[in-house]
Write a protein that binds this ligand. Structure first.
Ligand code: GAP
Length: 437
């Protein structure tokens, strides 16, 4: 049931590697999968955590002007009335009367017949992308609630609480990482467009006079974060939105795009949203969300610069960017060339023979305190290297028969395949130095 639509050769290989090596599986695979939902395996969850940790470190912990929150997935339904989602968070949907395939209107690019079977198409009708549920025992309209389609709205509704308790004055930001849900008409391209995904959003509150400068700052700061993940610069670009793409309240929006096998695609949006969000929530809730600046004696509704990025899309970009195939003396070598700080496994320790396992395990346990280390004693060394290359492990350490005598091990670099002999008591320092590069 779950499909990877419109995949190119590279994507097909990636999808297969992701399953083979435990990055990403179809959700509920044993029941045939469920379209638009994915599960992250042991490697995938580590990659995802590294992406989230990198974002949180840079956006919250390294800064004095941003604080974090973690809010509920289900909010008061009025939240989504105020935000405009109940009224207009919808895509026009068209069905084929013959083969029953479903399309978003923009995917058909004006076609009048079904592109799959040339069948007759229905007229377009609006389909709201929010998932509905019911809160409490009664399943009626009074108890209808929604799974949040974006994480940012509760940042706006909690603005006053957070501003007051954190004693922050604009300009300052509130950041959140969490699940979002959209009942996409046509989920596609593996985890690029799914129905359940994670967002990392930050709303930066500032005076209207400051908004244009802050917007420019955040556009370049967010681009720099993508580069810090080790993604090649030539695969990244900024795309400012044209005037006619902007929402009526927005004063500017720029996407960070990545060159996917299916074309340049949005990873993140940075938007100057004016005071729209706070003014909507103030209007619908009847609560004053303005800020009083006692230095200037001015009361105003802060303007907002939003940075909104998908965790899953970022993981996909990292995977696609890192994937490569090499020909080594007629044999194919598949490598995920992750930056060492992003790799799910950072170092693998191998004993050359089962007889050396005990000492190799001791070394592995020592390294585990500092790095994500994996121990592997199964199969030939060649096979172990191939597996580590495919999961993107930057360094493999082999404990061999000479190690007892020279108190050294061999460290093999994933990218150059260069091998260095390093004293056992220097391995941690050697690896730490590699990570600094
Ligand atoms: N609060 C603004 C907002 O949600 P958006 O452009 O709809 O803006 C922001 O979403 C980011 O969330 C996107 O750039 C993308 O990375 C991610 N995203 C949105 N819909 C997604 C989906 N169906 N599957 C995976 N990621 C998605």
């Amino acid at each position: 049931m779950a499909k990877v639509n419109q995949v190119s050769g590279t994507m097909e290989k990636m999808v297969s590697l992701c399953k083979r090596r435990g990055f990403i599986f179809q959700s509920s695979e044993i029941y045939g999968g469920i379209n638009g939902f994915w599960d992250f395996g042991p490697m995938g969850v580590e990659l995802k955590r590294r992406v989230k940790e990198s974002w949180w470190q840079r956006m919250v912990r390294d800064r004095d002007d941003v604080v974090g929150i973690d809010t509920s997935i289900i909010a008061h339904p009025q939240t989504w009335v105020a935000s405009g989602h109940v009224e207009s968070f919808s895509d026009p949907m068209i069905d084929c009367k013959k083969c029953k395939r479903r399309f978003r209107e923009d995917e058909l690019a004006g076609a009048v017949k079904c592109p799959e079977c040339s069948g007759e198409l229905t007229a377009a009708r609006q389909f709201n992308l929010m998932f509905h549920t019911f809160v409490g025992a009664n399943a009626d309209s009074a108890s209808t609630a929604y799974l949040r389609p974006e994480t940012c709205q509760s940042i706006f509704t909690q603005f006053k609480n957070v501003q007051t308790i954190s004693r922050k004055r604009p300009p300052f930001g509130i950041a959140q990482i969490g699940k979002a849900f959209r009942n996409e008409i046509t989920p596609r391209n593996f985890i690029f467009r799914s129905r359940e995904f994670e967002q990392m959003e930050m709303e930066y509150f500032c005076h209207a006079n400051d908004a244009a400068t802050q917007y420019d700052y955040w556009v370049s700061e967010r681009f720099a974060w993508f580069e810090s993940l080790g993604i090649k610069k030539e695969n990244l670009r900024l795309r400012p939105h044209a005037e006619n793409e902007l929402a009526h309240y927005a004063k500017g929006c720029t996407d960070v795009e990545f060159q996917m096998p299916f074309g340049w695609s949005e990873m993140e949006g940075i938007a100057n949203r004016s005071d729209y969000d706070l003014s909507q929530h103030a209007k619908v809730s009847g609560k004053d969300l303005s800020y009083y600046d006692d230095a200037t004696k001015e009361r105003y509704l802060p303007h907002v610069i939003e940075t909104s990025v998908g965790v899953d899309r970022t993981c996909l970009a990292i995977l696609v960017d890192a994937y490569r195939e090499e020909d080594i003396k007629g044999e194919k070598r598949v490598v995920l060339g992750f930056a060492p700080h992003i790799a799910p496994v950072q170092v693998a320790v191998f004993p050359l023979s089962g007889k050396l396992s005990e000492k190799a395990i001791k070394l592995h346990h020592g390294l585990k305190k500092r790095f994500a280390s994996e121990f592997d004693d199964a199969g030939s060394i060649g096979k172990r290297y191939r597996r580590q290359d495919e999961i993107g492990t930057p360094f493999c350490v082999t404990y061999d028969f000479a190690s007892d005598e020279d108190h050294s091990v061999t460290i093999r670099h994933r990218d150059s395949m260069q091998q260095d002999r390093v004293a056992i008591d220097q391995v941690e320092k050697y690896l730490s130095d590699q990570f600094k590069r």
